[in-house]
Design a protein around this ligand. Structure first.
Ligand SMILES: [Zn+2]
Length: 322
């Protein structure tokens, strides 16, 4: 989206917010009176974390419509109205949602608590071109500035920090529910911790240590945490197509490493992954990056840990684990 169009939308959004502001105040007030926090979240991971922490004391909604590719998403004027009537807005990080600066300018920060869920997490920084290189090296791990990998939730220790940040925000806005938020957060944190131990144990028994992904660069954090090499056809976002040279390089790695499977991503047609698989005689295995869920997954109440359990099964097949 061009800058001018973006600015245009925000001007419209501002106008809408001004005209809706009286009603918004009443909405937020009634939410607080019933003790149920009104929470708006940007992406599925923070949606699931907030839902778990809030329990019956929060009404959590997801801004991203189900099935929509999240990297190219930008809030619409109607979303801005929704944000302004919330008690809390939680976003993933400024690399995943680069539009957050504009949101900050248009939302009444004295009323809506805006929460950066990445506070205190360990970012993975990459330089251009690294996405088809091998991820997970110590040197690439730094506090992020430019070009940080936005997929922080795929490191389960980061996910635990995010849950704690969300818990603290809930307590600030509804201290009367303090005990419930603490208990829920601790239960969910333990679930993530158990998942982390299961991954570590399972992935230590694999014959292969290289993940090759025909989708965009999503699993750098996971690879780093469990000592795997990671190569992806696309960069951090799936908008720029890989070159013929990228594809040849990936095919070469699959052959050299003796891999029988190529991973592909949720929500996008795996056109590039299919081409590589056909040329290399490998089979495709779906990994869920959990950025967003489909309408059907949302209806079923799919959780983040459920998606990660399924991923572990796929990883164990692809990496030939015992
Ligand atoms: Zn992504």
């Amino acid at each position: 989206m061009s800058l001018s169009r973006s600015a245009g939308i925000f001007m419209i959004a501002l106008t809408l917010i001004t005209s809706f502001s009286c009603r918004s105040r009443e909405d937020a007030g009634s939410g607080m009176r019933t003790g149920k926090l009104k929470v708006v979240t940007s992406l599925f991971p923070v949606y699931d974390f907030a839902r778990a922490v809030g329990g019956s004391n929060a009404e959590v909604t997801l801004l991203l419509p189900p099935g929509v590719e999240p990297h190219s998403f930008e809030p619409k004027p109607a979303d801005m109205v929704k944000l302004n009537s919330a008690d809390i807005f939680i976003y993933t990080n400024r690399y995943m949602e680069p539009w957050i600066g504009d949101i900050m300018k248009s939302v009444d920060g004295s009323r809506v608590l805006i929460v950066d869920a990445s506070r205190g997490v360990d970012f993975l920084e990459m330089t251009d071109g690294d996405h088809t290189g091998e991820g997970g090296t110590e040197e690439s791990v730094r506090t992020a500035e430019k070009n940080a990998d936005p997929h922080i939730w795929l490191d389960f220790s980061n996910a635990q920090i995010m849950v704690e940040t969300i818990r603290d925000a809930f307590i600030i806005k509804a201290p009367q529910n303090r005990e419930s938020y603490r208990k829920n957060a601790e239960g969910y944190r333990k679930e993530l911790d158990a998942l982390d131990r299961k991954y570590r144990e399972s992935l230590s028994r694999c014959r292969k240590k290289t993940m090759v992904d025909g989708g965009h660069y999503t699993f750098g954090y996971l690879a780093r945490r469990y000592g795997l090499a990671y190569i992806a056809a696309y960069g951090f976002s799936p908008d720029a197509e890989p070159t013929a040279r990228d594809l040849a390089r990936i095919s070469g790695i699959l052959g050299r490493e003796g891999l029988k499977h190529l991973f592909y991503e949720e929500l996008l047609t795996p056109r590039v992954a299919r081409t590589i698989a056909r040329e290399t005689g490998t089979s495709l295995l779906r990994l869920h990056g959990a950025h967003n869920v489909s309408r059907e997954e949302l209806r079923r109440g799919t959780t983040f840990p459920e998606l990660m359990e399924k991923n572990l099964g796929q990883l164990m097949t692809g990496l030939q684990c015992r």
